[in-house]
Ligand binder design. Structure first.
Ligand code: WT7
Length: 574
């Protein structure tokens, strides 16, 4: 590692919020940031007020907060309009007795209604649980059950995947676009919104009060509910300023869905805390649509993921030339390693650096990044945000010298750090066992100039197209299929998707390994869990490698797959 010499791309931006990284890092103080948010006067806060209403109160109510477009809709909303809509939904929730701390889930495709509902729920102090629309019934049930959700906002189509009768705590199902007869517990979102008042008594909360639950996957067990609190806004505000480099006149496009943490932290809070305009694109779209969106809305700051950039790279250089992308000033990427090759391609076709940054659901906000004002080493995640201390440590928590691979760790706490794993305090403690560190589960090294380089996951969590998939959840679904006796699931390196999901399966007696069966099993996971969790590859084996205690040895499967040595097999059963 240490022998590598890295190319350096100098600073290109002509304007930026952070003038000099080293100076910012040396002098930064989170307490100073708090003074820019309104709780400094009252002690109480609400991030939805800070993100939306505050701009109305300071005379920017007519500024566009949201451009929404999909195949059938093209709409815009000012901060004043978003304030009114979210107030309405806050009042609707209050009318049905939803209170501070209650869990309100949102399970629907991206739309203005989604954002109004989410903001309204936050305004009354509820904890929101955004769910990605691709989740199927089992995945939805697990999450609602674990969180003890009392309300959900969804659509008639997606409602079919909400097993209301099996969720005794779920009292209200708000249906956006409801038609016809409503069953018990069902409420028409649209009818309620029409009648609701635009004036809302906001619930002022304490900084440590719950804000959002994001379910994310680990290598074992069901997905865990990562809880973030209102205090996280300090970090969303400051990273919005220094990493996204936003100013109030910017038009920002974050391509992530609010079902993932990027879609809330930087699809909602980051841009709106800065008073910038956010572009939300719904539905599926082609490379043409991507560029068209940038051009049509004069996007200035664009935040996406390596899988998207690789897809656009595959669509070719000529396509870029058909669009006027001159509005774009700053490009960012998150979610998986951003290959140096993609950065070089970005320089060629966009004439811009793509700024990689690293963080996770658990960290709640960006932690390590490349900044417009800092020279960039393509392939590196950059340097820690001011106020964040990141290090590479061994398994005892000792910091390792430069260019040595180890655990990527962050000194706890920081403002947007998760505060709880819902119903699972033991799991939460696992992350913080090596005091004072938070152990990320990623391995990395830091070079002699302080740049961090991602190496891989230490556990078996799969990152496919930037989406984190727990192998255990897929395996559990696979063994529900009548033909499957045992299943082991790994991530297999893939040039486009980063990793693809590969399942090794041992069949039950009486089943034959056929192509039809492969298709059937894939479909089974697709419809039972989620499309992105379905194995792209399935390989049948008579037996799977297991430990004596019966755990599938995924590292052995991976070694088989990659043709690598299998390592220590002392714990393997005969
Ligand atoms: C995992 C977290 C919050 C961002 C969206 C994903 C991987 C994230 C990078 C990066 C290499 C990255 C890590 C991390 N990851 N960013 N810049 N370079 N890997 O959030 O679903 O919680 O996944 O994504 O492995 O631990 P997430």
């Amino acid at each position: 590692m240490s022998e590598k010499t890295h190319e350096l791309i100098g600073v290109l931006a002509t304007q930026y919020n952070m003038k000099d990284y080293d100076e910012a890092y040396a002098t930064f103080d989170w307490a100073e940031v708090e003074k820019e948010l309104s709780w400094s006067t009252t002690g109480k806060i609400n991030v939805a007020y800070e993100a939306i209403d505050r701009h109305v109160d300071t005379g920017r109510g007519d500024h566009i907060a949201l451009y929404y477009s999909d195949a059938t809709r093209d709409e815009k909303y000012t901060f004043a309009e978003l304030k009114a809509l979210s107030n309405k939904f806050g009042n609707v929730l209050k009318k049905y007795g939803v209170k501070k701390g209650d869990r309100v889930f949102i399970f629907m495709p991206r739309s203005p209604e989604l954002y109004a509902a989410l903001l309204g729920a936050v305004k009354i102090g509820a904890i929101v649980g955004p769910l990605f629309e691709a989740f199927m019934e089992g995945a939805v049930r697990d999450r609602l059950e674990d969180a003890g959700a009392i309300a959900i906002v969804t659509t008639p189509k997606l409602q079919q995947r909400v097993p209301v009768s099996e969720l005794p705590e779920l009292q209200h199902v708000f249906l956006v676009g409801a038609e016809g007869e409503l069953a018990p517990k069902e409420i028409s979102f649209d009818a309620e919104m029409k009648d609701a008042s635009e004036d809302l008594e906001i619930e002022w909360v304490d900084r440590e009060d719950g804000l959002v639950l994001h379910y994310t996957s680990g290598s074992t067990g069901k997905p865990k509910g990562v809880l973030h609190v209102h205090n996280a806004m300090i970090q969303h505000y400051q990273t919005g300023k220094w990493i996204l480099d936003l100013r109030p006149d910017d038009v920002f496009w974050c391509t992530a869905d609010p079902g993932w943490v990027t879609g809330t932290a930087y699809g909602i809070w980051g841009p709106w805390l800065q008073g910038a305009t956010s572009v939300i694109r719904g539905g599926r779209f082609t490379p043409e649509d991507w560029y068209d969106t940038l051009q049509r809305f004069n996007v200035t700051v664009w935040y996406s993921a390596p899988t998207a950039f690789r897809m656009l790279m595959g669509a070719g250089d000529d396509l870029v030339k058909k669009f006027d992308l001159s509005s774009v000033r700053h490009i960012l990427s998150v979610g998986e390693p951003l290959n140096a090759e993609v950065v070089r391609w970005g320089m060629k076709v966009y004439g811009k650096r793509i700024h990689d940054n690293w963080w996770m659901t658990e960290t709640g906000g960006q932690m390590i990044s490349n900044y417009p004002s800092m020279p960039m080493k393509p392939g590196s995640m950059g340097k820690p945000f001011p106020g964040i201390y990141a290090a590479i440590v061994d398994n005892e928590g000792n910091e390792l010298p430069p260019n040595t691979m180890g655990n990527l760790a962050i000194r706890a706490p920081w403002p947007s750090m998760m505060r709880k794993i819902w119903n699972n305090p033991a799991k939460y403690e696992e992350y913080f066992g090596l005091k004072p560190w938070y152990i990320s589960g990623d391995s990395a090294y830091k070079d002699e100039d302080g740049y961090f380089w991602f190496q891989g996951r230490i556990d078996d969590v799969i990152n496919t197209s930037g989406e984190r998939v727990g192998p255990f959840e897929v395996e559990s679904k696979l063994v529900e299929h009548p033909a499957v006796a045992e299943a082991g699931v790994i991530g297999k390196p893939d040039p486009l998707r980063g990793e693809v999901i590969k399942a090794f399966i041992a069949l039950r007696e009486g089943y034959e390994p056929t192509d039809e069966l492969i298709a059937e099993i894939r479909e089974f996971v697709k419809t039972g869990l989620a499309a992105h969790a379905a194995p792209r590859e399935i390989e049948f084996r008579d037996k799977l490698p297991k430990t004596r205690s019966g755990k599938i040895m995924r590292r052995v499967l991976k070694a088989w797959e990659l043709g690598l040595p299998t390592g220590d097999l002392s714990t393997m059963e005969d």
